[in-house]
Design a protein around this ligand. Structure first.
Ligand SMILES: Cc1cc2nc3c(=O)[nH]c(=O)nc-3n(C[C@H](O)[C@H](O)[C@H](O)COP(=O)(O)OP(=O)(O)OC[C@H]3O[C@@H](n4cnc5c(N)ncnc54)[C@H](O)[C@@H]3O)c2cc1C
Length: 409
């Protein structure tokens, strides 16, 4: 089924929630609203739409493709020019960072030494600590305030139009779908290209809906209205989910495995579960957790850093030389050892998508990911499961119909 407008993408569960469509709509007719059980989703302000298709042309939920001539392609992980493991040299960034603070350290290096205007990134919303907002960070203090992973809906691409008007090039930090959307947006809007300095992606297994965070608060016994701040991890590696209320006694803490493993991961929406790009293949640089190594108590944090493009490679090398990053080159096999569930998801994808397509369920158009070759690496049992399990879910969860939760508010 051809999708002509993002509300169709949303209703067929294919929206990744990045917000690029809201930036792209020439009529300014799209706004992002949080559907609590799903995520940030695009809605039309008025039905008066020309069906120009610009919203779908920038949408990473509807289609993603690698250029045919992409170099250094590693099966399942996309372009990998060089891989390192290490951390931010600045101890505050390393401590506050989600893994080893590498994403922030690279952005910090760029802010200090490259001709950039700012860093477009995500941070907690000051008026609602469990929500997120896109910001243009221009100082070290701004960057530090945006450090750490936010496991709740965030749509930094809602503000991509800023890149048309900023007084100079910017660094963009986001999830894989966000950085893929940035690349698609720049293809459509030539005006942003001079202001796109570099993109940094964090690894992502899927964005849990707000319902996930509400369940954490419920477990902690804290009301959303009582919250002064909320963080998901960081302040050590991997760090804990910590809620601080307006009053001192309103305090809750859950370990990373309790918060992500037991709660948040169960609230990852459908589109994220069929995402081929969990490691930021369309960014210049991507950063993830080296989960392959056991974490020592009080470990201040470590990151995997992948240079995807020549520009990314140069920037990381300059950030190391300037003393912002302490990194050692690593064997690319540690990506798979660190991200076993992401690898397994990628290998299942061809079976899942093909079953859906044959059942008449709209699916994203993926090109250049080598999904069939990855699927062939599964055991016969796993291959069968990827097809039969999907077929069962299509019937049980009625994926052959649009999602009632995603209908108009
Ligand atoms: C939803 C989600 C799923 C994740 N899944 C995985 C996974 O499967 N495997 C894995 O290794 N790591 C995962 N992470 C964690 C993250 O990829 C790593 O911690 C990564 O190494 C970044 O760490 P860092 O210390 O370099 O980042 P930091 O220096 O702490 O910087 C983090 C940067 O990410 C931005 N950011 C934070 N949250 C969001 C968001 N929701 N949307 C857009 N931008 C954001 C911040 O603005 C900041 O610039 C996930 C994170 C999120 C938010």
């Amino acid at each position: 089924m051809k999708l002509y407008r993002v509300d169709q993408v949303r209703r067929w569960r294919l929206c990744s929630g990045c917000g690029a469509c809201a930036s792209a709509c020439p009529e300014n007719n799209i706004w992002m609203q949080d559907v609590v059980q799903r995520g940030l989703r695009p809605f039309l302000k008025s039905q008066d739409c020309r069906y120009c298709g610009t919203c779908v042309s920038v949408c990473p939920g509807a289609a993603l493709s690698h250029a045919r001539d992409v170099n250094h392609h590693r099966p399942e992980w996309g372009p990998v020019l060089k891989l390192w493991e290490g951390y931010a040299v600045n101890p505050d960034i390393r401590f506050k960072g989600s893994s080893g603070g590498a994403a922030t350290a690279i952005a910090h290096y760029c802010l200090k030494h490259e001709p950039i205007h700012g860093v477009l990134q995500t941070k907690a919303d000051e008026n609602n600590p469990i929500a997120n907002t896109a910001v243009l960070s221009r100082t070290y203090e701004d960057l530090l305030a945006g450090t750490g992973s936010r496991y709740s809906p965030a749509a930094p691409c809602e503000r991509l139009y800023w890149l048309k008007v900023t007084n100079g090039p910017c660094v963009f930090v986001g999830k894989p779908c966000d950085t893929a959307a940035l690349a698609k947006y720049a293809n459509v809007f030539a005006a942003v290209r001079p202001n796109m300095f570099a993109s940094i992606s964090i690894f992502c297994a899927g964005t849990p809906s707000t319902q996930g965070t509400l369940e954490i608060l419920d477990r902690m016994g804290i009301e959303k209205q009582q919250l002064a701040s909320f963080r998901y991890r960081g302040n050590g590696w991997p760090g804990s989910a910590v809620a601080e209320g307006i009053l001192k006694e309103q305090y809750g803490q859950l370990t990373y495995s309790e918060s992500w493993g037991n709660i948040l991961s169960k609230h990852v929406p459908f589109r994220c579960r069929i995402c081929p790009d969990s490691s930021g293949e369309f960014a210049d640089i991507s950063c993830g957790d080296p989960w392959y190594r056991p974490i020592e108590p009080d470990d201040p944090g470590r990151s995997l850093v992948i240079a995807r493009t020549e520009k990314g490679l140069r920037l990381v090398e300059k950030a190391i030389a300037a003393g912002y990053l302490a990194l050692e080159e690593a064997d690319a096999r540690i990506i798979g050892l660190s991200q076993k569930s992401l690898l397994n998801k990628r290998r299942q994808l061809w079976g899942r998508i093909t079953t859906m397509r044959l059942s008449g369920v709209p699916v994203p158009d993926y090109k250049g990911f080598g999904l069939f070759a990855s699927w062939l690496k599964l055991s016969w049992r796993e291959k069968f499961k990827s097809i039969a399990g999907t077929g069962r879910r299509i019937l049980a969860r009625r994926w052959y119909l649009p999602d009632p939760q995603e209908s108009n508010p």
